[in-house]
Design a protein around this ligand. Structure first.
Ligand code: CUA
Length: 341
């Protein structure tokens, strides 16, 4: 694109598609406005009143005109619709090989976590030509995560996960904005994304390396006593979590009501999150309502920790549930039934 300060750099694979549609709509608007003004002036010149008593010929309808001004705008709208659907589909479906990065918004910063456990605040790093999928949430109010140079934007909503993906096309440093008014320092909820070559990125990752999310999640899984009930055995007090990610789970109860036989829930990130925050919301077949599991609210598991626990559950393979540790005590704050006196 040309160098025009109101036009952000175009640096992702979807950017040209978004731009082309946008420019088409702008051109259409400019064209129609110009046509209206041209006709206005032309008709003023051709048909102005030439004498005090001049009466123009009267028209009482024209089939051709009516069909024309109905059909032409309809076709234009349908073209914009079909084109919009195509671009939207491109924007919402991430490639399967995208790198997963979790982003938590809060007043007033963006916190990011990488699969290898690297974390950063108000910054992201990505590789030229490699897709990245962001999973977004918020700890407090609505925020909106936007990278104008990539033409991508998604709300960060407390209580659920939303996603956004991009594939950078050139190295550089680009703005990250919060584009939803979220309080006093909304305008300072900004950051930078650095797009680098693969080798530089690997170097950066290894410098930032800490323990991976799944490894941190495994620690939390023991610390929060999840393993006491989710023991991975058939007689356990809670369902086994091994290899449940993206499986369809047969349900017994949905919001307290028994469900029809055969009803299922897809064990995606939002289902796992809900089952941790609100264990009684949807209960798997074979278990009773209400759930004996305590609700793990924000005072027990922060949004960051929740991502780690979910990363761990996603990584859990058959037979990998850690052995129960006998001498542990359930933190009293959880108020969990311990079965011990
Ligand atoms: Cu966060 Cu505006």
């Amino acid at each position: 694109m040309w160098d025009f300060p109101l036009w952000p750099e175009s640096a992702s694979t979807v950017a040209p598609s978004v731009e082309n549609l946008y420019l088409f709509i702008v051109a259409l608007n400019v064209g129609i406005t110009a046509l209206v003004f041209f006709l206005l002036i032309l008709f003023s010149v051709l048909y102005y009143r030439r004498s005090e008593d001049q009466v123009p010929p009267q028209y009482h309808g024209s089939m051709l005109l009516e069909i024309g001004w109905t059909a032409i705008p309809t076709v234009i709208c349908l073209v914009i619709f079909a084109w919009g659907v195509k671009v939207y589909a491109e924007l919402v479906v991430p490639p399967a090989d995208a790198t997963d990065v979790y982003v938590v918004g809060r007043q007033w910063m963006w916190k990011a976590q990488y699969p290898g456990g690297q974390r950063e605040i108000n910054a992201l790093h990505a590789v030229v030509g490699k897709p990245v999928k962001l999973t977004l949430t918020s700890e407090d109010v609505l925020h909106s995560f936007s990278i104008p140079a990539f033409r991508v934007k998604s709300d960060a909503v407390p209580g659920r996960y939303t996603t956004l993906w991009f594939q950078p096309t050139k190295p550089g440093v680009y703005h990250i904005f919060c584009t939803e008014y979220c309080g006093t320092e909304h305008s300072r909820m900004i950051g930078k994304i650095t797009v680098m070559e693969e080798a530089d990125y690997q170097k950066w990752l290894s410098e930032k390396a800490e323990l991976g999310d799944a490894v941190q999640g495994r620690k939390l899984f023991s610390k929060l006593q999840c393993v006491t009930c989710h023991a991975g055995e058939s007689q356990a007090r809670a369902p086994s979590l091994e290899e449940i990610y993206m499986k369809r789970i047969p349900l017994a109860y949905d919001k307290g009501s028994p469900v029809a036989h055969g009803a299922t829930a897809l064990a995606d990130e939002n289902y796992l999150r809900e089952s941790i925050r609100y264990p009684s919301a949807r209960i798997a077949a074979g278990f009773q309502y209400p759930s004996i599991m305590p609700a793990y609210d924000e005072s027990l598991v922060s949004e960051d920790e929740l991502f780690q626990v979910i990363a761990y559950i996603k990584s859990l393979k058959k037979g990998q549930t850690p052995a129960r540790v006998e001498q542990t005590t359930i933190p009293s704050a959880l108020g969990a039934p311990t079965g011990r006196k």
